[in-house]
Write a protein that binds this ligand. Structure first.
Ligand code: 2AM
Ligand code: CA
Length: 256
């Protein structure tokens, strides 16, 4: 079945990227600045190349949208959306939280999503309508319904104006939620909501490749994902709140 072929290929590509990340972690690699507080390592490029090679060989007609390199359009209804190394800042510091994200979209809707955390060998995946899984075990969001018991995760932006909005939101949340964590990988954090390890995650300046796979995985585990205005989150929306659903509206009210 074609869906299985899409999923198996995405898993193969994500594992290939993860292998490179593990191998390169203790080697010397080049690190550049893409912009202020925005890093690009040689490993971003190596992992991207490995993923694109595998996907293009298997699906030469599909489009590819990937963080680091612009690919020529093939005008397919199918598009692979890739963040080869999500959490580059963490990776470059040796802080052990980073991932690879690969999604396949059909007409801008995610069909298949894979997020791989190579250091723990954790592979999150989902198929639209088919549930979400971690290493083959089904995932379900948490049943926590009290803000005071909630663990909320979030990410900064490298842009200072957005960062100030995040800080203001943290200030409003602080009086109400159980505790907060800064995630460092926008592709992993919604998977942790999917697993029920935290109740919510927000980011105000996402790119499509950060969350194309992760939001599908979260939704398939029962999560709600909207913009701060409350509209269902779509690929090109920069702001996103992913939650277990029960706490969505109170969280959205505090963050926006
Ligand atoms: P990245 O590591 O692939 O760049 C925390 O920085 C999270 O937000 C990371 O997942 C990071 O992805 C993502 N992110 C999204 N947009 C970003 C940007 N413009 N600069 C830095 N990180 C960004
Ligand atoms: Ca990246």
């Amino acid at each position: 079945m074609t869906y299985d072929k899409f999923l198996q290929t995405a898993i193969e590509a994500a594992r290939a990227a993860g292998q490179i990340m593990r191998e390169q972690m203790h080697q010397t690699y080049r690190v550049q600045h893409k912009g202020p507080r925005d890093l690009l390592t040689e490993v971003d490029m190596m992992t991207e190349e490995a993923i694109v090679r595998i996907l293009s060989a298997r699906f030469p007609d599909h489009d590819i949208l990937t963080e680091e390199t612009e690919a020529p359009p093939r005008r397919s209804r199918y598009c692979w959306i890739i963040d080869p190394l999500d959490g580059t800042n963490n990776y470059a510091h040796g802080y052990p939280v980073f991932s690879t994200s690969i999604a396949l979209t059909l007409d801008d809707e995610s069909l298949v999503g894979v997020v791989y955390e190579p250091l723990r060998d954790w592979l999150f995946h989902a198929r639209r309508g088919g549930g979400a899984y971690l290493n083959g075990e089904p995932l379900q969001v948490s049943a926590v319904g009290q803000l005071t018991e909630a663990l909320i995760t979030l990410d900064w932006s490298c842009d200072l104006q957005t960062r100030a909005r995040v800080v203001a939101a943290i200030g409003r949340l602080a009086d109400h939620v159980g505790t907060m964590r800064v995630a460092g990988s926008a592709a992993l954090a919604p998977c942790y909501v999917a697993a029920g390890w935290c109740e919510g995650y927000f980011h105000l300046s996402l790119k499509p490749w950060d969350a194309a796979a992760a939001v599908l995985i979260a939704r398939e585990a029962g999560a709600t994902a909207t913009t701060l205005e409350g509209r269902l989150w779509q690929l090109d929306d920069p702001d996103c709140l992913v939650s277990n659903g029960l706490l969505h509206e109170p969280l959205r009210g505090l963050i926006r």
